[in-house]
Ligand binder design. Sequence first.
Ligand code: HEC
Ligand code: HEC
Ligand code: HEC
Ligand code: HEC
Length: 204
Amino acid sequence: MDRESKDKRVFHEWWISCVLLLLAVSFVFDIWGDKKVIREHHPVDPKYYSTDTVRHAFEKPQIDQAGYEFDCNSCHELFEAPLEIPPLIAEHEDIVLRHEPAMTCYTCHSRTNRDKLNDIYGTEIPFDESVNLCRRCHGPRYRDWKFGIHGRVIGYWDPAKGAGKNLACVYCHDPHAPKFPLMEPSPPPSRDDFITGGKAANHE
Ligand code: HEC
Ligand code: HEC
Ligand code: HEC
Ligand code: HEC
């Protein structure tokens, strides 16, 4: 090969890599493509897909007072419970009974041992077994619940793998106002991808 044609080839190679480099730069900065539409994603609020229940049970007969947990009896032992309950003024004013008009607090709470619930015959029921209170008056609903038709079963469906557990009624129904509150419908999934269409759609 003579010197002249060798120089030519070197020049050619240099020229080719220059073009490739320019192309690469143009791709990186997207010089020729349509303007990219930046998709806005509106993430769905986690509250809409949370599997948590609407409320939580008080499994222990305790309430929080200024950061300390007090047993019900720690107060209620100090004074005698009235037979006729006057409107609550000092302690539990937030509790408004909206269950069944003839009920009083003692329909469900023991008058003499406030750490326990009781049924209408006066049989004491621990707080963490409140289902046994509800079933006294909601037999058919309780039966449905037991079979997993009403409420929610957590754990295992297959008994061979482990135990299933039915969440107690009070995880969903406030015993004092048990009507299940109307729920806000969840928003649809984010459709922005489809709305902007064209280049901004998923199949770029
Ligand atoms: C810090 C003290 C205190 C604690 C703790 C407390 N209570 Fe009370 N409770 C009262 C007072 C005071 C009244 C009287 C009514 C009023 O003025 O609010 C009352 C009233 C009641 C009543 C109405 C009947 C009655 O005896 O007057 C019920 C039912 C009741 N409490 C249930 C409970 C339960 C269940 C717990 C535990 C989860 C509890 N209380 C914990 C102070 C307390
Ligand atoms: C239909 C039964 C029922 C009636 C009636 C009832 N309770 Fe309760 N109450 C329960 C159950 C069950 C719990 C515990 C379960 C829970 O709230 O998760 C409870 C919990 C409580 C608690 C502790 C938790 C909290 O919300 O502070 C207090 C205090 C209380 N009740 C007071 C009262 C008072 C006062 C009345 C009357 C005005 C009353 N209850 C009427 C069933 C009842
Ligand atoms: C002493 C009997 C009794 C007990 C105990 C009782 N309930 Fe009820 N409950 C009733 C009656 C009666 C009604 C019907 C009220 C009506 O239809 O107006 C009712 C209504 C309800 C409703 C429907 C409310 C509505 O307005 O749609 C729910 C939910 C409910 N109870 C849940 C419970 C739960 C949970 C418990 C246990 C913590 C419980 N109940 C304990 C007698 C009882
Ligand atoms: C996982 C949540 C959940 C659990 C646990 C649960 N429920 Fe319900 N319950 C609901 C929902 C949701 C409704 C339907 C409300 C509606 O259709 O407006 C309902 C409806 C009811 C109603 C009828 C109210 C009406 O307006 O028709 C009764 C009574 C009732 N439940 C009692 C019970 C009892 C008793 C238990 C426990 C043995 C229980 N529930 C456990 C969620 C639950």
